[in-house]
Design a protein around this ligand. Sequence first.
Ligand SMILES: [Zn+2]
Length: 452
Amino acid sequence: MPRTCVLILLACFLSACASQPNSTANNATASPTIATPAAPTATPELPPTPAPTPALTGADAELWAKAMKIHQSAIVIDTHNDVTSAILDDGFDMGQSGIVNGRIKTHTDIARLKAGGMGAQFFAVYVGKEFVNKKPEDGGGAARRALDMIGVVYDQVKKHPETFEMAYTVDDIRRIRKAGKIAALMGIEGGHAIEDSIYALRNFHRLGIRYMTLTHTNTNNWADSEADLKKPNVKHHGGLNDLGKKVVLEMNRLGMMVDISHVADDTMADVFEVSKAPVIASHSSARAIANHTRNLNDDELRAIAKNGGVVMVNFYDGFIDPKKAEVTFNARAKEEELKQQFPNDLARVAAEMKQWRAQYKFDKTPLSVLLDHIEHIIKIAGIDHVGLGADLDGIPLDAAPVGLEDVSKYPVLTYELLKRGHSEADIKKILGENLLRAMAKCEQVAKELSRQ
Ligand SMILES: [Zn+2]
């Protein structure tokens, strides 16, 4: 196509974007004090995403405009969004607004993904531990639950072709972003979903799964979770057992990223030893800032740097805010204690837990806390090993930091990073390029291993 035609098309696209109403983003925020700057000139490579409304009162207009220029020319990637559960269980359609009467009902919908400038969204194919023992008539077992989740992701992509396209590779993500759409990808959360079958793992890869979180909060038959190490009735392996190591190597061979969020420290150590490809923590933060075993400690941050992987920071205040993380962590032991005390009365356990939690009253978590996690990971692991995996729609609706309440607010993060002095190149790495580098390396390793 001649260059002039490209420019004309680009101009048409820009004016179409600029004229799009941004009502949902406005609903989600207090009336802004700064006028939205005009959409910046696009780089020839990527069409801009719609300009969002500034969400922070008191933002510096010039800096905001600069931040938007960076944000809109970046490929923004989030590796963990649980809206899939709302789609499957509640019949939520991504085309609907998840804001009802000014109240956030879901963190995610198409209008807000666009306002947030999302380039590639990994939908979590979350399989709760309860599905292990569920009968078909109750929606189980674990592999069936994963298949149902995958089904609704494909349904949504098919229903909204103007917004989404399925992506399976780094090239797909770049191509789809360039076409002005959002690349849709999937990651399984909870390795019990493969029901101990390497064939199931292969078939999940064929269906488009591009990462798997080895465990959820339950230790499975081949990997230990961080969440149940103290439970006496759970059989632990001391990390990965032989089947677990085989699963990791098969994931390497397939080109499915190994995800170490939720796993025990021993499991992480085994993964770093066994994996031949970069690993990710799809939704975890820094333990040195907030002491919770869902976060990575400094040795693990150094190990992921050495491995070439990426820690995708989680936004949940119960994991990132030091005081809240302490309560979130201690709540587990408290709940276990209550279960022993009232073994046949789960309602009583829930009521007692509610009362126990009520004694802790905290302010909303400021955005600066999340920035502290990002900067700590940069300090220990380096700028090439941090990204975003917010866990939105997998956390309570009011549990993200102030200013980052839903998927429309990612530009605020770019603004804050710029304000803290990070360069454009570094911000783009955090927003998505680090994940793309790690994923590309996984693809390369898969090719090499398949040839052997
Ligand atoms: Zn999770």
